[in-house]
Design a protein around this ligand. Sequence first.
Ligand SMILES: [Zn+2]
Length: 461
Amino acid sequence: MAVQPPPTDQRTVIENVAIATVDANDTEYARGHVVLLGNTIEAVGDGPAPAWLDNVVRRINGEGHLATPGLVNTHHHFYQWITRGLAQDDILFDWLVALYPTWARIDERLVHAAGQGSAAALLKSGCTTASDHHYVFPKDGGDILGASIEAVQELGLRFTALRGSMDRSKKDGGLPPDHAVEELDDILAASETAVDRYHDSSFGSMLHIALAPCSPFSVSTDLLRQSAELARRKGVRLHTHGSETAEEEAFCKELFGMGPTDYFESVGWLGEDVWMAHCVHMNDSDIAKFAETGTGVAHCPSSNARLAAGIARVPDMLRAGVPVGLGVDGTASNESGELGTELRNALLINRLHGSPAALTGRQALRLGTMGGARVLGRQDEIGSIEVGKLADLALWKIDGVMHSSIADPVAALTFGALPPLSVLFVNGNAVVEKGQLTTVNEDRIARDCARAARELAARPV
Ligand SMILES: [Zn+2]
């Protein structure tokens, strides 16, 4: 059952709280208030909330807390929750070849379990909106997209389900085994059906669909072209992996005679309606093309570090005006699955470009909130605590032993350990309280995921 929004006349008042709004001016309040009305933000400001408010069903004393917008995850593969801890020391291509045969055995039931594990980890680390790039659809796997949507809706996470795809298998020079890919016409038909059935473009939508061929080395040129045409005809966004590793760049040069960004440009894959994961190996011209066209980037620092892919040039992208958000990436390459910790990882890893000024704590928070909102095309609805936006926000406890001595509340979140999450609101509902999911039993999810992981590992190749 999907979590329903609260009644539209019902108020929640949060007071005595430090607030980082992440609005256009980076407005902050040392001791302010936020008022939620139904599923939207009615007021935010300094000092106590207005005294005249009626129909207040909950008052929260935010003493010792920092309120931020809910975090936005721009890249993930939820199904990988049940294939964590494998191929621990491989680079991307070897890691993919090691895991594809296992992934090719998934089905709707396993995807449902994995989806709940991934969504739980995201919510418990402050994420209120997430995208899930699912691209493995075995022939006998059942309704995999439907299973992942149902899994997420039960937990109350705002969701962009990406109907992914692969059609370039080993026999065509790709990496996936032949039985893990689909035919072009089947992919396009299933993609159109997914949009018609699920995509809700209204304000406050809990479910978007986007189209997401997997990567230049696992899909055909025709699939990229025709997916772009279909997405634009249906008014949905486009996503893929791009410029992740040096090996991918060499692959594109050999196969297409150009690097990944030029290749994407040649097939109509740059634009404001497109975002790509990783973008590690980008030269100045690639970054300029992304900036000119408004193409977005999902920066995934932990996954890039685990696979030794390299460090994306995020400071240069931000200077050029490229929209950049954060991504956990699939948990087979980032076992943590938490988005909150990526704020700190992005901050630290980007300073390895050679300057402590390369990325500030506030820029890291912006990447994880407004940056992600823009990348998903939802900057008018989410990503900041502003009047009229959706009631998606996190209350981080920063007066405990791990944080009480850190001078600046935003630094407590971005430089310190990930603070305990006292309350997480999605669409006006408190879906996390004192670090625990309120919508479902976490122990049940843990048991289901452990069973699903064992079952998948035992399935014959
Ligand atoms: Zn990925």
